[in-house]
Design a protein around this ligand. Structure first.
Ligand code: HEM
Length: 287
């Protein structure tokens, strides 16, 4: 809520009117425009749209983009909105960045700048805000007037990406996926031959090692302490066809657990890295 108010404040600062710092001067060049922008920002420090009003054209259909809400149409709506947004604030210190630029083409000009602000609430407390601002000006008579204004603040950085392990649902989800996958391998007549002489206890051991391996490979808090894939599958005679069948089972498992496409692709990419060490027979035997 505080942030939102701060944003509203900062946005309205960019808005309107005149007088605490004297009437705006006529602008005859880019240098005049720079001065006019500085006057505008200084004026907004009064938190009073009435004072900023002389800087703005009053055409009813002009668009003013404040930090919030999405859009104001016309100065009247803009001024009223900003007034409400500033209601809880006692004062504002606003500084225009050194990157302030003005470009003039005949009777039209545009100005850009970044800005920093410090908002002081009526109930105490203050907040620092910063953003960027674009003004489009038109010279009407002797004065440059804002016919469009765009105020924005950068979004906060996105939260750090979650590991694949977390996105898959953590340990229990990986264990369930592994059990389903191994169950499919054992139930496949073409692959069950590899596990013929592997007793229940050894199967449990392999299952646990696969869980640990997947957990570690997807960024989870586990360590795989089994043998290398090469050593574990050496001499088993696993062929390209066996591999394809196993991958199909894994895909079926991931689909059964409704793993989203992105995560599914990441799991399959991780597994495909093991292929060269697991295929130990050049033949295309198996199913
Ligand atoms: C066609 C596919 C595969 C077949 C037929 C297969 C078969 C086997 C067999 C029979 C063993 C027991 C070996 C032994 O103890 O002597 C084994 C071990 C193991 N496999 Fe596979 N495997 C396949 C794919 C995979 C994949 C995709 C993974 C990884 C996700 C994997 C991970 C493991 C692990 C961790 C072990 C235990 C290693 C150890 O004993 O230290 N395997 N595999």
């Amino acid at each position: 809520m505080k942030n939102r108010l701060a944003i509203l404040f900062a946005a309205s600062l960019l808005t309107v009117s005149s007088s605490a710092f004297g009437a705006p001067k006529a602008a005859r060049s880019s240098a005049d425009l720079i001065l006019r922008v500085r006057n505008l920002f200084e004026t907004w420090q009064a938190l009073d749209p009435e004072k900023a009003a002389p800087f703005y054209a009053k055409d009813a259909d002009l668009a003013f983009f404040d930090i919030a809400p999405l859009k104001y149409t016309g100065w009247t709506e803009y001024g009223e909105g900003v007034k409400k947004a500033f209601a809880d604030f006692a004062s504002l210190k606003l500084t225009v960045g050194n990157d302030l630029r003005a470009t003039q083409r005949g009777n039209v000009a545009w100005t850009t700048a970044t800005w920093q602000g410090q908002l002081f609430r009526k109930d105490g407390g203050n907040m620092a805000v910063e953003g960027r601002w674009t003004g489009v000006w038109e010279k009407r008579g002797k004065e440059w007037l804002l016919v469009h204004e765009h105020m924005s603040m950068p979004l906060p950085p996105p939260p750090a990406g979650q590991s694949l392990y977390t996105r898959l649902g953590g340990y229990d989800a990986l264990a369930a996926v592994t059990d389903d996958f191994i169950g499919r391998l054992l139930g496949d007549k073409g692959l069950s031959r590899f596990f013929m002489g592997v007793g229940n206890d050894s199967r449990k051991r392999i299952r646990q090692l696969v869980v640990d391996q997947l957990c570690e490979a997807t960024g989870g808090p586990c360590f795989y302490i089994g043998r290398t894939m090469k050593a574990a599958h050496q001499g088993l005679g696993i062929t390209e066809n066996d591999w394809k069948a196993a991958v199909d089972h894994l895909v079926a498992t991931l689909e059964k657990f409704k793993v989203p496409q992105k995560e599914k692709d990441e799991v399959l990419a991780a597994i495909s890295g093991l292929k060269a060490d697991i295929i130990t027979s050049a033949g295309s035997g198996g199913k």
